[in-house]
Design a binder for this molecule. Structure first.
Ligand code: ATP
Ligand code: MG
Length: 259
């Protein structure tokens, strides 16, 4: 199982949008995908239409080990796509992780039991540099950083790279940088706005051209695709699928290399 984290340490950077659309694209391609909602805001759980009752186990119980991980995994209604949901109680895991002493390694440990069951695990992260984020970085083999094509987005990229470096340097994480995906890239007609162009250029300077994926354009279509559960092609905008097609190709190559 290849574990990928969507991580970006500011709010509204496109983490959940990327996680939902990438998870669906991978499942559609035939991979067995485990989506993990590691954000107490639980947007991923909402978008994947989890209707897990209050008493049912979520990522909180999986983290604490009070249930077997299999009991926290639910079908989503989409073939090959499964979910460990969250709710706002997940916030309480922060203290548990910091007092456990092995917080950064815990999520990876819990996921290990699923390593022969799923092809890909895709984790959606909260925006804060928290204990949960450390555990996500510890669990990930690959990290995908969505960031807005704005000055704030660039700042989020720098902060996220710094957090990953901190944990790789002390040997807690072996994560590789899968790449950066510019989010809400603004075009007016055939012209990219100056701000978007400059900010994406800064991202390229920071991580290298080969690690910057095709951008997610500023468009209501992505929101519609998620809220209506439709593909971008079904909404008449197949060209907007390009970032996800490229990501799926890239991940397919990594999976084949690992075999
Ligand atoms: P958080 O840090 O709060 O979890 P996030 O990084 O997960 O945020 P998203 O929730 O994916 O970010 O996206 C932020 C907002 O941008 C959402 O309101 C979403 O509906 C909107 N959005 C998604 N795709 C696009 C797009 N292509 N163009 C414009 N807005 C978009
Ligand atoms: Mg989110």
């Amino acid at each position: 199982m290849l574990t990928i984290a969507c991580l970006s340490l500011s709010g509204g950077q496109g983490k959940t949008t990327t996680a939902v659309l990438l998870a669906k694209s991978l499942a559609q391609k035939g991979y067995t995908v485990l989506a993990v909602d590691a954000d107490p805001q639980s947007n991923l759980s909402t978008f994947l239409e989890s209707d897990v009752g209050e008493e049912m186990p979520t990522l909180l119980e999986v983290f604490k080990g009070t249930v077997a991980i299999a009991d926290g995994i639910y079908a989503t209604g989409i073939d090959h796509l499964f979910l460990i949901p969250s709710d706002d109680a997940l916030d309480t895991v922060q203290d548990y992780l910091s007092s456990s002493g092995v917080g950064a390694m815990l999520l990876g440990k819990r996921l290990e039991a699923m390593k022969t069951v799923f092809d890909i695990c895709l984790i959606d992260s909260p925006p804060q540099r928290s204990q949960i984020c450390k555990s996500i970085i510890g669990a990930a083999h690959q990290i995908l950083i969505p960031c807005e094509a704005t000055v704030k987005g660039y700042g989020s990229l720098v902060r996220t790279l710094d957090a990953i470096k901190e944990l790789t340097e002390i040997g807690v994480s072996q994560a590789q940088l899968l790449g950066v995906i510019p989010f809400r890239d603004r075009w007016v007609g055939n012209n990219q706005t100056h701000e978007s162009r400059m900010c994406i250029q800064e991202m390229i300077t920071e991580v290298g051209k080969e690690l910057v994926f095709p951008s997610i354009r500023e468009s209501e279509r992505y929101k519609q695709a998620i809220s209506q559960g439709k593909t971008l092609s079904a909404l008449g905008a197949p060209e907007l699928e390009s970032p996800f097609e490229t990501l799926v190709q890239h991940l397919t190559a990594i999976i084949e290399d690992n075999h």
